[in-house]
Design a protein around this ligand. Structure first.
Ligand code: KIV
Length: 285
């Protein structure tokens, strides 16, 4: 069954936890969709995971559309949220609405996500008024890491904690139906979750949120490094490399492909083929 803003809100009301993973391509999204993941985020983290950049700043609208479209095509059940990349919503409210509209029309997204609190409330109000559900993103907002002085936990001190609560209230009042709380102390995230009607999705924010999101490569053992808040749920990186090595060895040994992995035998006689190639073609014809 397709997850929607209504079914997700009902899950929050029932106290049922919501699972979200990032994803950036069709094949992986299909696998996730088939296992009951409630929502998929096509995050601008693809700048790092798929493109090898150091941060999310270079990601463009055109790139989000290519990756987003592939994921949306795969999801029969999961609710798909697409990230608005850096500078696609900050410049003006009009541009924010137009770009959110492109993600919906050209990809088939179910919602868009943008980073920030009070400073992006005009954009959230206008996008939701256009009929597009908005997921806000507060706490550590990676697109602003240059202003934050790095990728650091947010909301630790009293003033910061107050600011986080104010930002949560502001994005809720502006119309956001969901909010990502990234790298904030667990008690603060739990407090936001209790106080707000928005669905809270935590990442590095403890288990008191309505749901959790992880970058899929971080939870599948795909990289050399994983953040403190991620858990390795599968050794996919290791399994992948084992398969690559096995393939490499079999190709080099000439044992792949076997006759069973080849197409039907040639109708031509060996004599004909020998004559045609000017020598014995060999192989498992
Ligand atoms: O871009 C992303 O993947 C995100 C998540 C880490 C929440 O914003």
């Amino acid at each position: 069954m397709k997850n929607t803003v209504v079914t997700l809100a009902e899950m929050k009301a029932r106290g049922e936890k919501i699972s979200q993973l990032t994803c950036y391509d069709y094949t992986t999204a299909r696998l996730m969709d088939q296992c009951g993941i409630n929502t998929i985020l096509v995050g601008d983290s693809l700048g790092m995971t798929m493109q090898g950049y150091a941060d999310t700043i270079p990601v463009t609208m055109e790139e989000m559309i290519v990756y987003g479209r592939s994921v949306c095509r795969a999801c029969e059940n999961a609710f798909v949220v697409l990230d608005m990349p850096f500078m696609s919503y900050q410049v003006s409210v009009e541009q924010a609405v137009a770009n959110a509209g492109r993600l919906m029309k050209e990809c088939g997204a179910n919602a868009v996500k943008l980073e920030g609190g009070k400073e992006v409330c005009d954009q959230i109000r206008a996008i939701t008024a256009s009929g597009i559900p908005v997921c806000a993103h507060i706490g550590l907002t990676p697109q602003s890491h240059n202003c934050l002085g790095g990728f650091k936990v947010q909301g630790k001190g009293e003033a910061e904690a107050r600011r986080l609560l104010e930002n949560a209230a502001a994005v809720e009042a502006a119309g956001a139906f969901m909010v990502v709380l990234e790298c904030v102390p667990p008690k603060l995230a739990a407090l936001v979750t209790q106080k707000t009607s928005m669905i809270t999705i935590g990442i590095g924010a403890g288990n008191g949120c309505d749901g959790q999101v992880l970058v899929w490569q971080d939870m599948m053992g795909m990289g050399d490094w994983k953040p403190k808040f991620a858990r390795t749920f599968g050794q996919v990186g290791q399994a992948f490399q084992d398969a690559c090595r096995a393939y490499d060895q079999e190709v080099k040994a000439g044992t792949f492909p076997s006759p069973q992995e080849s197409f039907v035998k040639s109708d031509c006689s060996d004599e004909f083929l020998t004559q045609l190639y000017g020598g014995n073609p060999g192989g498992n014809r």
